[in-house]
Ligand binder design. Structure first.
Ligand code: SF4
Length: 151
């Protein structure tokens, strides 16, 4: 594909604006963050094709976790991560996912995934409002697309 290089002064190919396919899992919080994400999902369905929620990790490029990580959900998260194709990214949304939040580690709770794995996007809040989540996703996504293409 030929480019005019109108927006990329270094002369490289324009970065491809791929859709960001998000698979969401609630790993054991109070579901408050999950409800806010549902509102985000509805808003995206109404008009932003660049970011969308998918129903299986096999179609996802971003695994978005909410809630503190329960022992029971840890292997499920690992399976979802392994099922994602190609390069994959992790996002943690809400205090519980970032650092465990109100759920302290116990025999049933491991804590926040943000303290165990490197997340590309980390958004605290209890819960963060849908507008904050959407803004963070768009800002983060826009920043990604401005990265120079890999040599
Ligand atoms: S961060 Fe707050 S709203 Fe979100 S799952 Fe934890 S307790 Fe619930």
């Amino acid at each position: 594909m030929a480019y005019l290089h109108l927006f990329w002064p270094e002369g490289g190919a324009l970065p491809r604006m791929q859709a960001l396919d998000i698979f969401h899992m609630d790993t054991g919080g109070c579901t408050g963050c999950g409800l806010e994400l549902r509102a985000v999902s509805r808003a995206l369905d109404a008009g932003n094709a660049a970011i969308r929620f998918v129903s299986t990790p096999r179609q996802a490029g971003l695994l978005l976790l909410t809630g503190s990580l329960s022992v029971e959900m840890a292997p499920v998260v690992e399976l979802a991560w392994q099922a994602m194709p190609g390069s994959r990214l992790l996002a943690v949304v809400g205090d519980c996912a970032v650092d465990g939040g109100v759920f302290t580690p116990s025999y049933a709770v491991l804590g926040g995934v943000g303290g165990r794995a490197q997340a590309s996007l980390s958004l605290p809040g209890c819960p963060p409002a849908p507008a904050m989540i959407l803004e963070a996703l768009i800002r983060w996504r826009t920043g990604q697309d401005k990265q120079p293409p890999a040599a």
